[in-house]
Design a protein around this ligand. Structure first.
Ligand code: SF4
Ligand code: ZN
Length: 324
């Protein structure tokens, strides 16, 4: 098949747009969508200057998504002195998994000349995910603990590194899955929260005074295309799956969406187009607000309880009877 844009040999067919693309036109199209998303979300502030640049911390796991994100952000803003990039990698303490992906992060940031920070759960909380999965004091899936710890580290280090924004590599499939899960959960507050945390332009969000705002510039790019981009550009992405990966429900939704997508190309895009508008409306009328949040009496993080969820879980893993 010939590339729909330039006539060279196509390497992929994007069923939702009908385009066949060669390697060059494909990588350009991914980059274009990421840059367009950054523009539409007004991510670059008008008042950033070379003296006071906007600092963007990228959650860099070494998987294909965050590696592709780091590469495109670097290539786009390398010559722009108003933007400073920092890669932040979290080592959860998972034997035989995270060491290699940390290597991928170091290789990538060295090659691009992007500064890089590595943080471990062990140093931060005195726990490793392998031990958490064994102990499991709350009878939860490992990812439920891991997600709470990760959010805490990202939020705190983003603050420490002077981040104006926190970038994550969520792609279109991730976001469409989360949207579906939020629908099926039947809790519109969750949808409102999703909007305030990471969707839409910055002017429309409410939480940015309390939390470092999240940006997801890959959210228009399907997962398969992110993987193909990493492959085409020969990026050092790590692909092994975490041995504790346990998001069974998300897996079901993923399968469902892939089947819908193959029967009705464009489904993920239309889910997100409708969902984002709905989430904005939900946020406008249902947001809990952040004014009522107090501080965790252990670590000072914003929370609506006495002890935040992270401190509660760390104490539970340590075998203490946690404060409620
Ligand atoms: Fe943590 Fe689950 Fe991701 Fe493994 S799959 S790193 S346990 S969130
Ligand atoms: Zn706390």
């Amino acid at each position: 098949m010939d590339c729909s844009k330039c006539g060279a040999d196509a390497i992929t067919h994007l069923a939702y747009s009908g385009l066949h693309l060669c390697a060059g036109c494909f990588t350009q199209s991914v980059e274009k969508r990421v840059r367009q998303r950054i523009r539409e979300d007004s991510v670059v502030p008008d008042d950033a200057t070379p003296e006071e640049p906007d600092t963007w911390v990228i959650g860099l796991s070494g998987g294909k998504d965050s590696v592709v994100l780091t590469k495109i952000l670097h290539d786009t803003f390398e010559q722009d002195p108003r933007i400073e990039l920092v890669g932040l990698t979290i080592h959860e303490g998972i034997e035989g998994y995270r060491d290699e992906s940390v290597d991928a992060c170091v290789e990538l940031t060295d090659e691009l000349g992007v500064s890089h920070e590595l943080v471990t759960y062990e140093e931060e909380f005195g726990v490793r995910m392998d031990d958490v999965a064994d102990a499991d004091p709350e009878g939860m899936a490992p990812c439920a603990y891991c997600g709470v710890f990760r959010r805490d580290v990202l939020e705190r280090y983003a603050d420490e590194l002077g981040a104006d924004k926190l970038f994550t590599g969520h792609n279109l499939d991730d976001e469409a899955q989360t949207a579906m899960m939020n629908f099926l959960e039947g809790d519109p507050r969750q949808i409102a929260k999703h909007f305030d945390a990471s969707l839409g332009g910055f002017d429309d969000r409410e939480t940015q005074e309390t939390f470092v705002p999240r940006v997801k510039p890959l959210r228009d790019v399907p997962e398969k295309e992110v993987a193909l981009y990493a492959h085409t550009e020969n990026l050092p992405a790590h692909i092994t799956e975490c041995p504790h990966s346990s998001e069974a429900y998300r897996g079901e939704i993923q399968e469902l969406l892939l089947e819908l997508e193959s029967n009705h190309p464009g489904t993920r895009h239309s889910i997100m187009a409708g969902y984002e508008q709905l989430a904005e409306t939900a946020a406008g009328s249902l947001r809990d607000g952040v004014d009522g949040l107090g501080e965790c009496n252990r670590c000072g993080a914003p929370t609506d309880r006495e002890v935040c969820r992270k401190c509660y879980l760390v104490e539970a893993v340590d075998g203490e009877v946690p404060a409620q």
